[in-house]
Write a protein that binds this ligand. Structure first.
Ligand code: SF4
Length: 484
């Protein structure tokens, strides 16, 4: 006879439903972040920042969708200076949403942007020296009341950090902490932090580690959450909800950006639902919810492997290794497919990321959702957490002002040609400047190299440079076949 032990969710996963982390408040224009302020939602343009009219129009679409900040890339001083024209036009049209400049390599562009927009994001991995370049920048930010984000990405750490720590969670945290210590020494506190990765496990573990390290050093800076290069469609939504939702459920996170390879305004309803669903219990209890008394639509059942009753239970572990299985059972009545994907990924993701269960049984009783759609979401959660790989893994950036080709079309073409290659990780990235670093552990990379030009990578090695876009998918297939 089947022996099923029901376990309380809080006993299996005590991190869930903790209180919201208390962070400091950062003033970003008219929209403060952190502390008791709502968790803010933001997105980023993918127009050329030199194209004022197109950037203004896209900012408006993003703002009207509900974004509370808008980020624009500023790869050089010219782009940073043009942010002023964009902001002036937005103000003239009545839009006062704070703008954020995204800087990677150029301290001079950061200095120009600090005098123009409300916040500047720098990547410490390639920004420059934490003292020589950073302190003059902080002084400018102080003088202009400009906030900053120290934004570390997996795959773009400095050579110095890489030599000491490798491309590891510890290295990512140290990359952030050394710039933070300079901020503290300079008495500059208008700082937001982010540590992002396209791998949800790396992203969640690294942000948890960063919070621990900040606690040790008496820091409580607010956190920006995101899963980089999450992709598009179902996979992009599930991956983002697993990474961001897991941390929000633990009370971590003050602003989020869902990075989808879609139009930027499409990110906003996903982000809104994600924040509302992940935090609704935290919000109603004013950060005091106890770990027991959980009202999630999930339960964990432990049962002998031989008694796992039917194929709707999808397993991840090898039955030979254990006598019993811990199965996460989650039931919804959610007629909206996208909402179902996001809610299930938030509720279930942490159990697989933290290796707390061996299988999933997902149910949706809404009549318009088919069993195939439910199964696809269940397999999507297992893929997004790295616990069971059943399809090709795509890592694709959301594109930005550095992208010089139609990324969405490229993604469709690459997917159509490679979706049968189960288990391969293929990156489709908008630019050669950040793409190769940030495609992390992809097996192959299809990277924009200029207008109509693509470079192809095997791992980190560039194999074919600047080939015409029209030939790039065929060349990618040839490259994969040659190495199979
Ligand atoms: S990889 Fe390049 S194009 Fe894509 S989002 Fe990053 S900087 Fe922009």
């Amino acid at each position: 006879m089947t022996q099923i032990k029901q376990k309380s969710v809080s006993s299996v996963c005590p991190r869930i439903m903790n209180q919201r982390r208390k962070s400091t408040v950062v003033q970003i224009g008219n929209t403060p972040l952190g502390g008791d302020n709502p968790i803010r939602i933001q997105s980023m343009t993918n127009t050329s920042t030199m194209d004022t009219e197109a950037s203004v129009q896209q900012c408006i679409r993003i703002i009207e969708a509900g974004s509370e900040y808008v980020r624009l890339t500023a790869q050089g001083v010219r782009e940073a200076e043009n942010l002023k024209n964009i902001e002036e036009q937005l103000h003239a049209l009545g839009y006062t949403t704070p703008l954020i400049a995204d800087i990677h390599f150029n301290p001079k562009a950061a200095e120009a942007a600090a005098q123009t927009v409300e916040k500047v994001r720098i990547n410490p991995g390639n920004f420059g020296d934490p003292v020589k370049d950073f302190i003059p920048f902080l002084n400018l930010c102080k003088a202009n009341h400009t906030a900053i984000r120290i934004g570390v990405n997996h795959g773009s750490l400095s050579d110095r950090i890489m030599t000491q720590y490798g491309d590891t969670p510890r290295g990512m945290v140290e990359s952030c902490m050394e710039f933070l210590r300079v901020c503290m020494a300079e008495n500059f506190t208008n700082v937001v932090l982010s540590i992002k990765a396209s791998n949800t496990y790396v992203m969640v573990q690294t942000v948890r580690l960063l919070v621990d390290e900040m606690n040790k050093e008496g820091m409580a800076f607010p956190l920006h959450l995101g899963v980089t290069e999450a992709g598009d469609g179902e996979d992009g939504r599930i991956k983002s909800a697993v990474g961001i939702g897991t941390l929000l459920r633990e009370g971590i996170g003050d602003t989020i950006r869902v990075s989808l390879s879609e139009d930027p305004e499409a990110e906003i309803p996903v982000a809104r639902l994600l924040v509302d669903y992940a935090t609704r219990q935290l919000a109603v209890t004013s950060y005091q919810l106890p770990v027991s008394g959980c009202r999630l639509p999930v339960e964990v059942r432990e049962m002998p492997y031989d008694d796992v009753p039917d194929t709707s239970f999808i397993m991840v572990a090898n039955p030979a290794m254990q006598s019993s299985a811990r199965v996460l059972c989650a039931t919804y009545h959610e007629p909206d497919l996208n909402a179902f994907r996001i809610k299930a990924a938030i509720d279930c993701g942490v159990f697989f990321l933290d290796n707390l269960v061996d299988g999933i049984r997902l149910t949706n009783t809404a009549p318009n959702i088919t069993p195939q759609e439910v199964e696809s979401v269940a397999f999507g959660i297992l893929q997004a957490t790295g616990r069971r790989i059943t399809k090709t893994e795509y890592i694709s950036c959301p594109s930005c002002g550095r992208t010089l080709f139609d990324l969405q079309t490229a993604i469709k073409r690459v997917k159509a040609a490679t979706s049968h290659l189960v288990g391969l990780k293929i990156a489709i990235m908008g630019c050669i400047v950040n793409g190769p670093g940030e495609m992390a552990d992809a097996d192959y990379g299809y990277v924009g190299a200029g207008a109509g030009k693509v470079s192809l990578y095997k791992g980190k090695e560039c194999i074919l440079k600047n080939i015409p876009e029209a030939d790039a998918v065929d060349e990618l297939l040839k490259l994969i076949e040659k190495n199979f």
